[in-house]
Write a new protein. Structure first.
Length: 244
């Protein structure tokens, strides 16, 4: 054991095995070995020369990678699917690292999805208190009025949840087809949140796309394409989450 290096739980999280919080729990439960010895205390620091075993599996520290995928409709936001459906990691066949999606987009929703093997980074972005902007564009049946749009901002009760958008804009309407295009900015990420909110108001979603995650958009990408995030983008996302 050494006083130099990085904290053990951080190294475990960065490997993509689990989140930092879960790594801390596993340490306390005696599920982590360092150089052959069980470690159950916080604050232990490790270097690249230390051997770490998590729940019986040796830890192979991967180089952190960060990607933006333009997720198409009809794809599961997971690394595997027991029904054999296409998953988002199927688009990353040449990527050797064990990446996973940061949060999720519904099967029928397209748009911005971030993937990484950095568990701590993913946990930072997903934590509710960090309130990262997630901007959606929804095409709905019907044309809501101003009062109804205000309800989306105030909060819509759905099952046991109160679902809110921090910002709502009516972008366009088609009087002939009786459809509308609505932009919603969320901080939460509850299951099928946008669809549930609009359905509760009586405006079923015909098409839904996540246009932006914080400042990250889809410029230059077609559905099913991806690119690596730049170091500057990764640092900005981390900084935005930490200061919110």
């Amino acid at each position: 054991m050494t006083n130099n290096g990085e904290r053990l739980q951080k190294v475990i999280a960065q490997s993509g095995v689990t989140s930092r919080r879960k790594a801390e729990q596993m340490i306390l439960e005696g599920k982590v070995k360092l150089n052959g010895e069980i470690v159950q205390e916080m604050g232990v620091k490790v270097t690249a020369n230390d051997e770490i075993v998590v729940d019986g599996v040796p830890l192979e520290k991967e180089t952190p990678v960060y990607f933006l995928l333009y997720k198409p409709r009809g794809v599961i936001s997971s690394v595997k699917d027991d029904k054999g459906r296409k998953v988002v990691t199927d688009y990353f066949k040449t990527v050797e690292q064990r990446i996973f999606p940061i949060g999720r987009l519904d099967y029928d929703t397209s748009g911005v999805l971030l993937l990484t093997n950095d568990g701590e980074f993913a946990n930072l972005l997903m934590h509710p208190r960090h309130e990262m902007d997630k901007v959606y564009i929804a095409k709905v049946r019907g044309i809501p009025n101003k009062k109804e749009l205000a309800l989306l901002h105030k909060g819509i009760r759905s099952d046991k949840d109160v679902l809110k958008a921090v910002q709502v804009n009516l972008l366009s309407t088609d009087q002939q087809k009786k459809t509308s295009i609505i932009e919603l900015t969320l901080h939460e990420g509850k299951n099928r949140q946008v669809r549930r909110m609009l359905e509760e108001l009586g405006y079923p979603v015909m098409k839904l796309k996540r246009e932006r995650y914080d400042f990250i958009g889809l410029e230059g990408l077609n559905a099913g394409e991806y690119r690596a995030l730049t170091p500057k983008e990764v640092n900005q996302l981390r900084a935005h989450a930490q200061k919110l």
